[in-house]
Ligand binder design. Structure first.
Ligand code: KG4
Ligand code: ZN
Length: 347
């Protein structure tokens, strides 16, 4: 069983070793936070606390199982909003203690990074990964469930965060990414000339920067008084999405060239995290992979954004690769837990 509470989604799922998503239940807190324009940590933690028992009952019912039939309990233990993380971790530990089954402390980013291995049984290590969500934007080589080599990351905002902030200025509610993608379908991606920050900076070949792009978009929104549900808004959404996609394509293309030059073995390129739900970004990156002769893999959009399945699957990865049950009952949840340190098993 996987339990996810790191941000504004409470999610529980049961997944089996043979890759069956047996049952899932999820509660989005979007409406609880909408009036505040972002996620309020205290409200999120309280909401996770009140909803988790119902979600757990729902998945057990959906799976036709009792708690005793569950082999292990996995919960996100970081990174994330620490109040919510504590709620999920304590619920998972309690269930593990009361049933005598192992508790597995899951790194939320690792769960995003490994989801593609659930939905694509042929995906083996190592692979190049672009993890792009509301809180993170990183490019890494994934060697096994614990070993992540950082190639580059954002120097300021995460891509999802940039979508959310720009969208908010035009009147979109949080999270703005999905609605902006929809609006972009009626827009002209060349309507506004937006910058591609950091693209040719010699010191940051694989890093990202979105703050300059965000500022340029804000200036256009102010200057043209762009509001939601207008043609100008559709054009700006399309131009912004195009700029983000260009930045990703440039970085991934450069990384794949480097991989080839170094004669490094990678089995695929994997796109993951909430922004990976974006069809335009998926299609553009798929073309880059085709050009370089690499396989493009991305989980289905519903598993790109936060969910319980990815936490349960990461638990299975841990148990499989360690050859047997383990327990992290004494694990201390942490708001920051970089993937590069995962090997040490402590944040
Ligand atoms: O992975 P996720 O659910 O939560 C974090 O771990 O951050 O990612 C949420 C982020 C939000 O910023 C949201 O706006 C963005 O992913 N997002 C999208 C799309 N769907 C979600 N951004 C662009 N296009 C989308 N279709
Ligand atoms: Zn996430």
């Amino acid at each position: 069983m996987g339990i996810e509470t790191s941000c504004d989604d409470s999610a529980v799922a049961i997944v089996s070793k043979d890759r069956q998503m047996i049952a899932q239940a999820q509660n989005s807190q979007i409406l609880d936070h909408q009036a505040f324009g972002g996620v309020v940590p205290e409200i999120a933690a309280r909401s996770h606390l009140s909803i988790l028992p119902q979600l757990i009952e729902k998945v057990l019912h959906g799976a036709n199982m009792t708690l005793r039939d569950v082999d292990a309990f996995a919960a996100t233990c970081g990174p994330g909003l620490i109040g919510g993380v504590h709620v999920g971790a304590n619920v998972g530990k309690t269930l593990a203690l009361s049933t005598g089954k192992p508790f597995l402390a899951i790194n939320h980013l690792a769960a995003h990074a490994l989801t593609a291995r659930l939905t694509d049984a042929d995906l083996s290590f190592p692979y190049l990964l672009l993890l792009t969500s509301g809180g993170h934007c990183q490019m890494m080589i994934v060697r096994d469930p614990w070993t992540y080599e950082l190639l580059g990351q954002t120097l300021d905002d995460a891509a999802g965060e940039a979508f959310d902030k720009v969208g908010r200025l035009m009147g979109f509610t949080y999270p703005a990414g999905p609605a902006m993608e929809k609006a972009a379908q009626a827009g002209d991606p060349s309507a506004f000339d937006l910058p591609r920050p950091l693209l040719h900076h010699p010191d940051h070949p694989y890093d990202f920067s979105f703050s300059g792009l965000k500022t340029a978009a804000r200036q256009l929104i102010d200057r043209h008084n762009i509001k939601r549900d207008t043609q100008a808004c559709a054009d700006l959404c399309a131009s912004f999405q195009e700029a983000v996609s260009d930045l990703f394509c440039h970085r991934v293309s450069r990384a794949l060239t480097w991989v080839k030059k170094e004669k490094m073995l990678i089995r695929a390129f994997v796109l993951s995290g909430g922004v990976a739900a974006n069809q335009k970004i998926r299609q553009d990156l798929e073309k880059v992979c085709e050009k370089h002769g690499h396989r493009f893999v991305a989980p289905p959009p519903s598993l790109c954004t936060d969910n319980g399945v990815m936490i349960a699957w990461n638990g299975i990865e841990v148990m499989t690769h360690q050859n047997g049950p383990t327990s992290d009952l004494d694990f201390r949840p942490c708001p920051r837990w970089p993937l590069e340190t995962l090997r040490n098993r402590t944040p």
